[in-house]
Write a protein that binds this ligand. Structure first.
Ligand code: GLA
Length: 369
């Protein structure tokens, strides 16, 4: 064997070792969707961290991470079985939302000089794709190294959107980081905005409200909204309760005399992380002084929707039977800005044939004393 071949061989072995899976993956049945399609749940385990992801809505069903004493708890809201998920089309617990995460004004947009109409399901606006969004679909799952990849094909014309849209959502665990990789492609020009809609409670789901959690969002700007939560433009956070550039407890200003907070019943806004798409940056950090758990969110997306569970009203009971009251979970939905198809000055959400869109989001857990 020549030296060149020896070097090549050892490089191949080294790269194989680098990609060797460290997390374990198992799968099990998890009931069926409303039309009887079987639903499966995948359990990904890496040390003390365990994520369970099901094929209905490609949802995170549970996420166990240690607290400062090493005690493991489930930090996302959700239900113990399919009956719970089928009875609740409103909260989007743990789901991948699409085709268009967040709102499109009046369910209308124009693309290539043609006007498209999509279903309205929220105060006359289209929310999270419309009436039968990706959160309600059974995805196809495939085990991959360190996790699972979920795939959904949305037919040309689905919910009124143009183009056959293929979405791959890959969940992998790396130490205490849950990584989500999205790949979105279309056979016609279209628009898409795909995100994960998990509600976190770092003290553990069912353990009270999230107002004591200390949040940092390194963004100078956000997108204020009108009365039906459609962005009106981009504004500075300076001097407003939306300035989270310094760590601040959620509850400190959430009920301040501020029109934007009144409209949304708390925080339910998009922060502008960047106007260039594709570079990994920190989107938010949340410290829970009770448990010591810390969540750091990084993303290649230009925005993050920080939603404080203002519409939770105690009418649903979670995995452990506790009623999910107002503000008992927060979402950090990494995304393009809401209603982008109607705002030419926002980063584009257009997907063109032959140009798949990739994005990555990391939810990394650690602890503080
Ligand atoms: C998003 C929206 C909220 C709310 C939730 C789901 O975060 O911005 O207004 O609709 O989804 O309840």
């Amino acid at each position: 064997m020549t030296w060149a071949r020896v070097i090549l061989l050892s490089m191949t072995i080294a790269s194989a070792a680098a990609t060797t899976a460290l997390a374990s993956v198992t799968k099990a049945p998890f009931g069926a969707s409303a039309d009887g399609t079987p639903v499966e749940i995948y359990t990904i385990t890496s040390g003390k961290v365990e994520a369970r992801i099901m094929t209905f809505g490609a949802r995170i069903v549970s996420l166990h991470v240690p607290d400062r004493d090493g005690k493991v708890g489930d930090v996302v809201l959700g239900y113990k079985d399919m009956a719970g998920y089928l009875a609740d089309p409103k909260t989007y617990f743990g789901a991948i939302v699409g085709r268009y995460g967040n709102r499109i004004a009046k369910g209308k947009f124009t693309l290539d000089d043609k006007e498209y109409t999509i279903p309205v399901n929220n105060n006359g606006q289209s929310l999270h794709g419309g009436t039968s969004g990706f959160d309600q679909k059974v995805w196809t799952a495939k085990e991959v190294a360190d996790g699972v990849e979920m795939t959904l094909v949305s037919n040309d014309g689905d919910m009124g959107y143009p183009g056959t849209l293929t979405v791959h959502t890959k969940y992998t665990l790396h130490g205490s980081a849950l990584r989500i990789d999205y790949t979105v492609s279309s056979d016609k020009n279209t628009v898409a905005n795909i995100t994960n809609h998990s509600y976190f409670n770092l003290s553990g789901e069912g353990h009270g409200d999230i107002l004591h959690d200390v949040v940092t969002i390194p963004a100078n700007r956000y997108t204020p909204v009108d009365a039906v939560l459609i962005p009106t433009g981009i504004a500075s956070v300076e001097g407003t309760p939306f300035d989270f550039r310094k760590p601040t407890a959620i509850g400190t200003r959430i009920d301040a005399a501020n029109d934007q907070l009144k409209i949304a019943g708390g925080y339910d806004h998009n922060w502008v992380l960047s106007t260039s798409v594709g570079t990994m940056k920190e989107a938010a950090k949340v410290v829970d002084p009770q448990s010591g758990r810390v969540l750091t969110v990084s993303t290649t997306e230009p925005g993050v929707q920080f939603y404080t569970g203002n519409f939770l009203d105690g009418s649903t009971h979670g995995k452990t039977g506790v009623a999910y009251e107002k503000r008992t979970g927060f979402c950090l939905e990494t995304q393009h800005f809401p209603d982008s198809p109607n705002h030419p000055d926002f980063p584009t959400t257009e997907i063109k044939p032959g140009h798949p869109y990739h994005s990555t989001t990391l939810f990394t857990f650690s602890t503080e004393k």
